[in-house]
Design a protein around this ligand. Structure first.
Ligand code: PLP
Length: 391
């Protein structure tokens, strides 16, 4: 059921940033805020009800991840899951020091790795991508050696939607005795997941990307592997994530996981709408191109460069027309520059600066896509004109 939003006139195409909570999710959560408020570790009946709800949720989330319930722990978000794997392994296995990653990872990976490298805790190798966002696999193979502790690669890139060849990377990592962590935050609910098929030893997801509430996520950890916890306490979640479980959020995550899994069979509808949006903009506006085209991509994402513009100007103009999208370019201390991902892809500045991400959800309609195309067709030329006359 589509989430109930205030009857605003907004077209929300920023679902890779976050999603609205699905109606069924809210409904499933509510009793756990009201009458079923027990601590999941209390012995009395209310506690047992919460405990059972958490264990049912674990089984449901495991189905989405294609793994077993005993391999799933609940976290607060994707950032936490990523940090738990990286810090938890670096602390536990100091004899292997090298971590291999890619130039287009989320900051929750790249910034943490750079901080650990700066502190002398790890050696880091960052594998580049080409102009279409494809990973240099030869370089990755050469980089993984007998000292490599972990290879960490996202399944789907958050700005472009480009999908990385995880099973091949798993083979490269395992051949040298390294472990593989997959950041599947953007992929969950958009592509079928299976820990075994991917060859993942660890896999991170985050609820707010697929219509669960913010503040809840999950980490799958292959049986037999252990991590050093980030903090200590009551020993919840296999001792890896102490703290009273947020039962309503966990129930919400599981409900969203079930809905997402069931909707995968019809997810091609989203691809058709994404292609309609892309085609509409590319055919009606000159000097536009898709970042990541030619690569396998998430069905819901398109990253379109409006050449010779600034993405934040386009985002503002579209916002004015009631269309919510986001910019690949970030404005840092007054200096506008392309995002890390756009820089890593190495496109000319006139293309990279104008990169705008449109991300759909399974609730997006054809009418909304058409409105977004019309808005872009009207909003972009004046922005271009204004920028040209300012030069
Ligand atoms: N990894 C990827 C690929 C993401 O896109 C994001 C969020 O955008 C994260 C990790 C962080 O997730 P969270 O916002 O739940 O901390």
């Amino acid at each position: 059921m589509p989430p109930v939003t205030e009857a605003t006139d907004l077209v929300y195409l920023d679902n890779n940033a976050t999603t609205p909570v699905a109606e069924e999710v809210l409904a499933a959560m509510t009793p756990y805020y009201r009458e079923l408020f027990g601590n999941a570790h209390a012995v009395h009946s209310l506690g047992r009800r919460s405990h059972d709800a958490v264990e049912d949720a674990r089984a449901e989330v495991a189905l989405l991840l294609g793994t077993e319930a005993s391999e799933v722990i609940f976290t607060s978000c994707g950032t936490e899951g990523n940090a738990l794997v990286i810090r938890g392994l670096a602390d536990r296995m100091p004899s292997r020091r090298k971590i291999v990653t890619t130039a287009v990872e989320h900051p929750s990976i790249l910034s943490l790795l750079r901080a650990l490298q700066g502190a002398g805790r790890i050696e880091l190798d960052v594998v580049p991508v080409d102009a279409s966002g494809a990973l240099d696999l030869e370089r990755m193979q050469a980089s993984i050696d007998g000292t490599t502790l972990l290879v960490t690669v996202m399944l789907a890139q958050n700005e472009t939607g480009v999908l990385h060849p995880i099973p091949r990377i798993a083979d490269l990592a395992h051949a040298r005795g390294a472990l593989l962590h997959v950041d599947a935050v953007q992929a969950a609910g958009k592509v079928p997941l299976s820990m075994a098929r991917l060859g993942a030893d660890f896999l991170t997801i985050s609820g707010h990307k697929f219509h669960a509430p913010k503040g809840v996520g999950a980490l799958a950890i292959r049986k037999g592997l252990t991590l050093q916890p980030l903090w200590y306490g009551g020993g919840q979640e296999l001792g890896l994530r102490s703290g009273t479980e947020p039962v309503p959020s966990i129930v919400g995550l599981a409900t969203a996981a079930r809905l997402a899994r069931e909707a995968l069979a019809t997810y091609d509808r989203v691809r058709i709408l994404r292609d309609r949006l892309e085609h509409g903009i590319l055919t009606r506006l000159d000097e536009t191109s898709v970042n990541g085209s030619g690569q396998p991509r998430l069905a819901n994402t398109t990253n379109i460069s409006f050449h010779d513009t600034y993405a934040d100007e386009i985002v503002r103009a579209l916002d004015h027309a009631g269309i919510c999208v986001s910019a690949g370019a970030a404005c840092n201390s007054g200096q506008v520059e392309p995002s890390t991902t756009m820089k890593a892809m190495g496109n000319p500045l006139r293309i990279a600066m104008g990169a705008v991400r449109f991300s759909l959800s399974r609730y997006t309609t054809a009418a909304e896509v058409d409105r977004a195309v019309e808005a872009a067709v009207h909003a972009v030329p004046p922005v271009r004109q204004q920028l040209q006359s300012a030069v």
